[in-house]
Design a protein around this ligand. Sequence first.
Ligand code: GLC
Length: 648
Amino acid sequence: MAVKKPAKKAKKAIPSPKSNPVVEVVEEAIRNANEFETRLERHIGELRWLFFELYENMALEAREESFSELLQRMRAAYDRRRDGLKEMDRKREANPGWYKDNKLLGMCLYVKPFAGNLKGVQNALDYIQESNVNYLHFMPLLDTVDGRSDGGYAVADFRKVKPELGTMQDLAELTADCHKRGISCCMDFVMNHTSEDHEWAKRARAGEKEYQDYYFFYDNWDIPNEYEKYVPQVFPTTAPGNFTWLEDCQKIVLTSFYPYQWDLNYWNPKVFIEMADNMMFLSNEGMDVIRIDAVPYIWKQLGTDCRNLPQVHTIVRMCRMICEVVCPGTILLGEVVMAPEKLAPYFGTVDKPECHMLYNATTMCTMWSTVATRDTRLLRHQMDAVNNLPKEYTFLNYVRCHDDIGWGLDYPWLAWNFGQQEVPHKKYLNDFFTNKIPSYARGELYNDDPRLGDARLCGTTASLVGIEAAEYEHDQHKLELATDFDLMLHAFLLGQTGLPILYAGDEIGQLNDYGYHNDPLKWDDSRYIHRGNFKWDEVDLRHDVHTRQGKIYQGLLKLENIRKSNPIFGPESDMWTFWAGHESLLGLKRKLSEQILTAVYNFSESPQHVSLEAYGPHIDLLTGEKLDIVGDWELAPYGFLWILYNPQ
Ligand code: GLC
């Protein structure tokens, strides 16, 4: 027999101290007063262990001193953190998966070409919200020197906005306005290097040994030459080699990227502490997401390729713990453009997580390869690999971003299954996208390395799928096809699990900007072809579906609305691929309890027949039509379908 619980009555009779508002306030105050300590206690053992291990070459006393310096910086950053952000921290500690929500849609933009300056971006927030966007990645906006800036990735001051874009105050106002509107903010934390114009670099150059030790300085080429034997080049054409000779101080400095980007020396604990402090500073400026730029490169060790070394993971893990103590509302987004097997370790383990989210560069480039080959088998293989990963792994998905498309495809798989070799395959892709093999695409090569038969690719989505060519030829039929293609690729993006990010301008199908060819500061970097000024005059056409801008803009809104209002697109769904009847069709299913979404994407310019024998209550998400039987479908060229089985 069940025993009745008297608890409820008792509770009413003797009011719990919690129901006393004064006690509640006091309790809350005590809890907050100890918040830092409580969080630190959770992590200090491991943090200390990793720090001491990483700097094992230092004397114990010096290590103790450095570690306590780190703790002091953390405490100070916590104390400086605004109340509003601390409240956000607490909310997110209670909802740690907030960034996985299918209601989130991101956009990344460069402040200057998008809206002139930070105030301009703030004035454009209505448009951003109208576009369904509630996550903004502001591309690098910190101080940098034009002509030696690598699109802002050569930071001269981590605590100062580039003056032409505004001030730190403007940034704080922008993030505050974003937060009020429910928009999360992301910024890059360029942690591998500083600009040669950074104060540390200037002092190093002036001969101060202390600052030379922030970088890798050499008196002669002996060690640099040893490094060069093992370390590949990032920019083989635009910045060959990994070292730069500094004529004025007669030294050689390690520069993996451009010669004006000096690699930081994380063997030096001061560098780690200063950079961790800069990371906390960014978070305190209101960043919900910190994009750790080029993170695989941060640890250098002679005799290795200086990529993905174990110490990199130690540092990322320490960054994660530092955030969890000081600013747990902020998450880490890793920019790891590496082969899939190198990627997963950056998530860390369940007990010792590293990044919260990673770029899904492989799916992105495999999708573009599929565009050129019209053969979805490699993409299916890639989606199988992603679908087999634990659900805790969250990816940031995208069609285009500010960088080139590097062909990081699974070449061993292509070779094994189809005897397809890397060099001729890349050549085909690049020839196709640059219209060398006659095609609709209008791309440009990036860092063509004839030695290795390697080159990457640049161009906006719209120009790569044929919109530019169709408009140039005034060919309405081709234009229709190309805009359908553009929408299909975005549907594929939105159909994946993770955070979808639009590249600003793609929502109106913005074309390549060739102006950079004549710009003395940009001409040698073809990535500027897709970093053109945002076309505000074209935005006005977004309501007219008879224009390319309107068709894409309205088409995207519709897909985004479907995504955000159907939990099947959320992080808990299972996902798998299926054979949809033709090599140019990609079939994907998602399942959440009883519901099943069937998605099919046609990567060819021909119509395709799809046979889906399914019974029971379905809904065509694209038209809203209810169906009891799902039978044969004619998918239009570059068409797609999203059909939901929903028994309730
Ligand atoms: C990242 C950025 C890229 C930049 C590089 C060097 O890969 O995405 O644009 O050139 O880092 O900082």
